[in-house]
Design a protein around this ligand. Structure first.
Ligand SMILES: Cc1ncc(COP(=O)(O)O)c(C=O)c1O
Length: 500
């Protein structure tokens, strides 16, 4: 039998998932009962006092009291003091099983010692930054190329957002076309052109693009996830208006697979990009070195024109981002100050600093040595199976599925709506009609997230869980017992129903 190389041991076609999600959102919300909710609030009040004090003071100095989007947890954010392996510890001494994993980068588990020790040696010799070339940059680029041959060249940048910005410039130079197509609901960072159709497909500029002049996203289009016909039509339509420079996509489906795709989808997108002369940009910020060492492109056997990196590429250390691909495209990025003509300008004071480059290189080596992607995937699948059993036991309408080490637990379906349409008015009407229900579902999702937290489990916004090498069977089984306590306190409410 072939040795397992990827975190995903079996691919679940999305039909069952979409059917179950549709059932979830057409029924009232099921969430923790009032008594239990009060107990959760008491937990935060009495056991998280120091976090609360830090947060209250931070509100005077930091907008909203938190710097990081993922840290905005109901009823207030928890301040973390220590992170190690599968666990985080807050300033009040509470321990949490960490399924946030910093939003994905720590596939080896938090603060992985073998990487940390080598990083410290580097810091002691040259510090985190010099502004000049360091051999670690070469080591990292070669290591990526070893696992992903389609990434012939790699340029490290400060974040996934920056890497996406660079890739769009390259695509426009390479194709001489301007339009960019993204898949509705996908997250490709927060640059002006990409804050379009965020989270909810078909939401276009209506939800998140405050402060962005409409001209900035006038060349961005979105299509319905997993809908190859709509993409074909959009590419055809764009041909009439100047052509498409690139189709950018998350290989597991928008929002790290929150909107799953069929296994053949990426291949069909590749074929359409070839047909219409658009570049295919694989955003592997989440999937690179998580789905497998060769990323989602290895798993799906796809050769993208450009690949976006982030998160694991710096081993969980800061300044994680980069773009790579075929030489003919990656070579279109300007290098140094004496730039050639007609190249994409990229930069960043801290981009490709020795610390990030070396940490990324070490982490990839350690992922290979420990078989971390596969082990994290096994943990994710064990968690998923356990959650499914609990959902059945308690008769809940919840939906759980995973792509290996990325587990989706949908208790309210707040993220499951879709207003994709060629017709802008139709999208807007859909959003307005469902607004109240979506907010009720979002609030309930936050209360569920708080309940997990009070049981010592940190999730990403109450609906996504990343697993890592550190998640042994014992960790997962302990987590399942804690989920059971929450699920045993869930009741059907009369909220979350569509208004006619
Ligand atoms: C798929 C994807 N692309 C791009 C980004 C942006 O990366 P960064 O947060 O490093 O800017 C993210 C971040 O979560 C992401 O998940």
């Amino acid at each position: 039998m072939d040795e397992q190389k990827y975190s995903i041991s079996r691919w679940e076609e999305p039909d069952r998932i979409y059917k179950d999600l549709s059932n979830l959102t057409s029924n009232p919300i099921w969430e923790i009962n009032e008594d239990y909710h009060n107990k959760v609030l008491d937990h935060f009040k009495y056991k998280c006092q120091k976090s609360y004090d830090i947060y209250m003071e931070a509100k005077n100095y930091i907008p909203g009291g938190v710097q990081h989007n993922l840290a905005f947890n109901y009823p207030f954010p928890i301040a973390i003091e220590k992170a190690e392996g599968a666990y985080m510890y807050d300033v009040d001494g509470n321990r949490y099983i960490d399924f946030l994993q910093a939003g994905g980068p720590t596939v080896l588990g938090s603060n992985f010692k073998p990487v940390r020790e080598e990083v410290i040696k580097l810091l002691e010799s040259c510090g985190p930054v010099t502004g000049l070339l360091h051999e670690a940059e070469l080591l990292l680029a070669k290591e990526i190329n070893k696992h992903m041959p389609a990434v012939e060249m790699f340029r490290m940048l400060g974040s996934g957002t920056e890497a996406v910005m660079a890739s769009l410039r390259i695509a426009r130079i390479a194709t001489k076309n301007d339009r960019i197509i993204k898949i509705g609901g996908a997250y490709h960072g927060w640059s002006d052109q990409m804050v379009y159709g965020l989270k909810i497909p078909g939401s276009r500029q209506f939800l998140e693009s405050h402060g962005i002049p409409s001209k900035c996203y006038s060349l961005t289009d979105e299509v319905r996830p997993n809908d190859i016909k709509m993409l074909d039509k959009m590419l055809w339509f764009n041909k009439m208006r100047g052509g498409t420079a690139a189709v950018i996509l998350e290989p597991l489906g928008p929002e790290s697979g929150t909107r799953p795709i069929s296994k053949s989808y990426n291949e069909s997108v590749r074929a359409l990009c070839n047909k219409y002369g658009a570049l295919m940009i694989f955003d592997e910020v989440v999937t690179g070195f998580r789905v497998g060492l060769s990323g989602a492109q290895g798993y799906f056997d796809i050769i993208p024109d450009l690949t976006i990196f982030g998160k694991v590429v710096a081993g969980g250390y800061p300044a994680a981002g980069g773009v790579g691909g075929k030489k003919e495209y990656a070579g279109l990025m300007a290098a140094g100050v004496a730039t050639g003509k007609h190249k994409a300008y990229v930069g960043g004071t801290l981009a490709a600093n020795p610390l990030s480059s070396y940490a990324g290189y070490l982490a990839i080596k350690e992922i290979e040595r420990t078989n971390a992607c596969v082990k994290a995937g096994q943990a994710g699948e064990r968690l998923t199976e356990g959650l499914k059993a609990l959902i059945t036991k308690y008769g809940l309408p919840y939906v759980v599925y995973c792509q290996g080490s990325i587990v989706h637990l949908e208790c309210t379906g707040a993220m499951s709506f879709d207003y994709s349409s060629f017709n802008i008015a139709k999208s807007l009407i859909g959003i307005l009609k469902n607004k109240k229900m979506v907010y009720q579902r979002k609030d309930a999702m936050e209360r569920m997230g708080a309940a997990y937290m009070s049981q010592g489990i940190v999730t990403l916004a109450g609906s996504r869980l990343y697993t890592s090498l550190a998640d042994t069977d014992e960790v997962i089984d302990d987590a399942l017992a804690r989920f059971e306590t929450v699920f045993s306190n869930v009741v059907k409410t009369d909220k979350g129903i569509k208004t006619k």
